[in-house]
Design a protein around this ligand. Sequence first.
Ligand SMILES: NC(=O)c1ccc[n+]([C@@H]2O[C@H](COP(=O)([O-])OP(=O)(O)OC[C@H]3O[C@@H](n4cnc5c(N)ncnc54)[C@H](OP(=O)(O)O)[C@@H]3O)[C@@H](O)[C@H]2O)c1
Length: 299
Amino acid sequence: MLTDNLIDGRAIAQEVHAETESRVASLKLAGVEPSLMFIRVGEDPASKVYVGMKERTAARLGIRSDTTVLPENTPETGLLELLRKLNADASVHGVLVQAPLPVHIDETNVFSAVSPAKDVDGFHPLNAGKLMLGEGGGFVPCTPGGVHELLIRSGVTIEGADVVILGRGNIVGKPMAAILCQKAKYANATITLCHSRSRDVAKYCRRADIIIAAMGVAGFVKANMVKPGATVIDVGVNRVDDPAAEKGYRLVGDVDFAAVQPVAGKITPNPGGVGPMTIAMLMRNTVRAAEQQTDECAR
Ligand SMILES: NC(=O)c1ccc[n+]([C@@H]2O[C@H](COP(=O)([O-])OP(=O)(O)OC[C@H]3O[C@@H](n4cnc5c(N)ncnc54)[C@H](OP(=O)(O)O)[C@@H]3O)[C@@H](O)[C@H]2O)c1
């Protein structure tokens, strides 16, 4: 693999972790141990892996974390009751409910029940609204926040750039558009948000300075869809069958990496691009939640 145009998400995540660690140390000097509570409902294998990775990273950075695992058949009211307790617990600074939730639970109700001050995932409507309005002080969802940080720290010009975002999901595509369209430093981009009803996605991609693929369609972005020199960020995580792999499958992104890398100016590998940044931003949001709650108490 060529390396000269790679955006190394693992290395950039380490930079962010180092900054977070020093903020954790300052909090601890002030007698505050930042803490993050995970809630997992059921035994979804991917959720187990994701929560485990987040817990290990928290421990490495000195953030206390714990996971409550609820059975698959937990009623929505049971989950909401647990959230009320965690919201009221002053020793808990961040709360994360791992998606996907079982189908009988309404995710919107659940995300709205997390205190906005502890909403380190940035999914509460108040935080989503603040992001849309360009108001500071809210929590930005971790994956689009991580992509933004990758672009900034890789020296990609965002101001005035033609950005095509593939996917209008609430977790990645829409907040990504909200971040980059703001009248602000490291924003001021012109955004095209494509989705499954877009008529000619390739046409939009070909004129883009930056393509951010967050659709969940393996290898969708091909070399002939990318303007030479464009920056390509691959958010997608897709499972494809692979009899040669130990587990019988492997994970690939939304970008046909081997074909696109030689055309792109800069490109994220996948894995090793966006994924590590998602966790890094979660840790940073948690420390910010702890700092803000500590400041509130001091007032
Ligand atoms: N690396 C990470 O940390 C991370 C974090 C979160 C998500 N992800 C990955 O990012 C991807 C997107 O996640 P998400 O939660 O945003 O998904 P989502 O809510 O399901 O959104 C997918 C979007 O892609 C659009 N789409 C699907 N097929 C399309 C096609 N053929 N042409 C054009 N648009 C198409 C959908 O259009 P419609 O709206 O019209 O249906 C939708 O807007 C997934 O692969 C997910 O695993 C990665």
